[in-house]
Design a protein around this ligand. Sequence first.
Ligand code: GLN
Length: 476
Amino acid sequence: MELSVSQSLSGLREDISGGKYNLINVVEHYLKKVKDNQHLNAFLEVYENEALERAKSLEQKETRGKLYGLVIGLKDNICFKGHKVSASSKILESFESLYNSTVVERLLAEDAIIIGRLNCDEFAMGASNENSAYGNVLNPIDNTKVPGGSSGGSATAVAAGLCMATLGSDTGGSIRQPASFCGVVGIKPTYGRVSRYGLLAYASSYDQIGTFTHNIEDAALILEVIAGKDEYDSTASALNVEPYSNQLQPKSQYKIAYIKDVLESDGLDSEIKDYTLGLIDGLKNEGHVVEPIDFPYLDYMVPAYYVLTTAEASSNLARYDGVHFGYSSPNATDLESTYKKSRTEGFGMEVKRRIMSGTFVLSEGYYDAYYGKAQKVRRIIAEKSKAILKEYDAILLPTTPTTAFEIGAKADDPIAMYLADIFTVQAPHAGMPAISLPLAKSKEGMPFGTQLIMDKFKEAEMFALSNYLMQKFSDQ
Ligand code: GLN
C-alpha cells in the first residue's frame, strides 16, 4: 500500500514523531513517486543512494534542524558541490559544481535532504520548459500541456508529489508562472533577500532564488532558512530575516490595489478575469479596502524586460567559451574556432537569440536607443510601484493571463511566448517580492494563480496575507 505522506512539513514531522513513518520511509516514498512519474521528465538526476544515506544519518542525530523531514529538489542552475549543474544546457552537460551555493549550504545546515536536480529551460530562458536541452517537462495535471517555465521541473515535481518542496529561480516570472500553471505556491523574494552565490546567472539584476511548496507555512520556513546576508554576494541584503513562519497572523483589514489595465487587457482569459473580480468582491465583503488604480505602463513592461535581461545575459554567458567551462567542440582547430564552434554547438536556439539581442542592444550607436531607454522605463515602473505600495499593502493581479497552454502552441513564436510574462515582470523590474497562490481552477480543471506584489522586504506581511487568502478564498 502506498504511504500517505503529509504535504506539509509540520504534518510530516508530527507523523514522524507519532511513529506513523520514519525519515527513510519518506525518502523511499518520494523515490518511488519519482520512478512512477518519469514520463513527466521533471528530474534530470535523482540522488537516490545519497538521499537514503542522508536520511539514515539524520535519523541518528540528537538535535533536529528546522528543515528536518524536508525532501527538496533543486533547479538545475543551483550549485551543489560534487553534483552536476547544467542549466539544462548542452554546453554544461558534464560540468560539476566545485562548491555549494549559499542556499544549499543553508538547507543542509538545517537537515534538509536534497533528492535531485530538476529540469528547466536552458539558462532559465523560457516560459514553457520547452527550451531544455534534455527535453520538455509535462504538466502533471494535463500531460498535453506545458508546466510553465523556466522552473517547470521544480513546479511539476511539487505538484505531482515527487518531493515536498523545490527551489527555483525567478528572473521575470520563472517561479510564479509555472506555480500558476501547476497549482502550487511559488514565491519570488525581494531582490537581495536571498544570496545568488552559486546560482548560474541569467540576468543578475533580476535573478532571485525562491521556493515551490504546497502551502505558505513551508514557503515561509524555507525562506527563513535560505535568506539573509552573505559575504559571497554583495547584493544580498544585510537586513534582518524575520521568523516568517511564526508571523502568519493576518491584519484585520487590508488595503489592496488592483491595476485597471491588467483586468482589461486583451489577452486575459475571461474565466481568470471573472474569478479575479469575484475575489475582489469577496475581499470587500470581508471588510477590506480594494481599489482600482491607474498604472499605464503595461505595454512597456515586457519590451523593457527583454532589452535589459538579454543585455545582461549576453554578458553573463560570455564565460561559456569552450575553454573555461563545460563543452568544448571536438571540431575546433584553433582558439577562434573553439569559441565559435563550442558556442554554436553548445547553446540552444533561444539562448542564441537572446545573446544576439543582448549584444545588439548594447552595441555602440544603439545603446542609448534601447538599453538606456529600457533602464529609464524600469526606473519609472519601480518608482510608480513603490508609490502604490506606500498607500496600499499589496497589488493583486492574476499571475498569468491564461492557464497552461498546449505543448508546442508557442514554441515557434518567441513574441507570443514573451508576452506570457506580462503580469510577472513588474515585481522583478521593481525588485519587489511577489507570490503566486493556487486559489482556483478553470472549468476544465486547470489551475491558475493569483499574484500579490508587496513592497521590498515585506515578505512577512506577504506570507500573512497569502495565508489568509489561502484559508479564506481557496476553491481547491
Ligand atoms: N519567461 C521569462 C524569460 O524567459 C522568465 C524567465 C525567468 O524568470 N527566468 O525570461
